[in-house]
Design a protein around this ligand. Structure first.
Ligand SMILES: [Zn+2]
Length: 257
């Protein structure tokens, strides 16, 4: 049975019977994750999150539609790893410009960019396209449940192919995950210059110098159960967010109270 809230599965009859208010655009990356997770990890995970939150929101009366996932992310700093596929920030801007133009022509004026990759930063896109006529919000899905579920993670401080990301993978696609013994412990080099480690500075980190084989954080204590709990909390919070955003009137004071 097709799911009418997923554009790739819906047919014109289903779409033409709806008044869609809100589109969700999942955005991943194609890059190595230590030695054990698949290159499509971010894209597959963010697609599944998108499906689950749209299913939940649609069930709760939200007029949402899930757009096809963009599978390439900003990876300029991982290009020394084999088969990393980079998409530049300005290309992402061009894609979002075209997506919002299409949405606007179909009368859809709200877009959630559902981000699944830390190297994607849509802040400048939101500023440049501020007046495009589509209200845009960028959501880093993995941050939503970080406060509620951070205690599940035993080896903290990870960022990439770590215990949390591996746990999400074990929940969604255990069949695509290589033996955990192939992953190293994800140790990282500290900065030489103290200020580079402060929250007030920001660089694009040379990933092959930061990490030993691409992983940031130790994945060895990952479990499917940790992944399930984290995902369920994320879906609960994001589903409610989509319902509220979908139903919000775009009046003179939107999005303020
Ligand atoms: Zn990832």
């Amino acid at each position: 049975m097709t799911r009418p809230y997923i554009l790739c599965e819906a047919n014109q009859k289903q779409i033409s019977e709806r008044k869609i208010e809100l589109a969700v655009l999942p955005w991943g990356a194609t890059e190595p994750h230590n030695m054990h997770l698949p290159y499509g990890c971010d894209a597959i995970t963010v697609t599944r999150i998108g499906e689950l939150i749209c299913e939940r929101a649609y069930g709760d009366g939200a007029e949402v539609i899930l757009l096809p996932t963009i599978p390439y992310g900003v990876n300029t700093n991982l290009m020394s790893f084999p088969m990393t596929m980079n998409m530049n920030p300005t290309t992402q801007l061009a894609i979002i410009r075209d997506v919002t133009t299409s949405l606007k022509q179909h009368g859809i004026r709200k877009l959630v960019i559902l981000n699944g990759h830390g190297g994607n930063d849509f802040g400048f896109v939101l500023r440049e396209l501020y007046s495009c006529g589509v209200f845009m919000v960028s959501v880093n899905w993995w941050m939503v449940a970080a406060e509620a579920c951070g205690h599940l993670i035993e080896n903290k401080g990870g960022e990439h192919a770590d215990e949390a990301e591996t746990s999400w993978g074990l929940h969604f696609f255990p069949e695509l995950i290589g033996p955990l013994e192939t992953a190293d412990d994800g140790a990282v080099r500290p900065f030489r210059i103290e200020g580079l480690g402060k929250s007030w500075s920001k660089i694009t980190r040379p990933w092959e110098r930061v990490t030993t084989q691409g992983g940031y954080g130790n994945p060895h204590k990952a479990t499917a159960e940790k992944g399930r709990l984290w995902i369920e909390e994320s879906v609960r919070q994001l589903g409610a967010f989509l319902v509220e955003l979908s139903k919000a009137e775009m009046d003179d004071t939107f999005p303020m109270a």
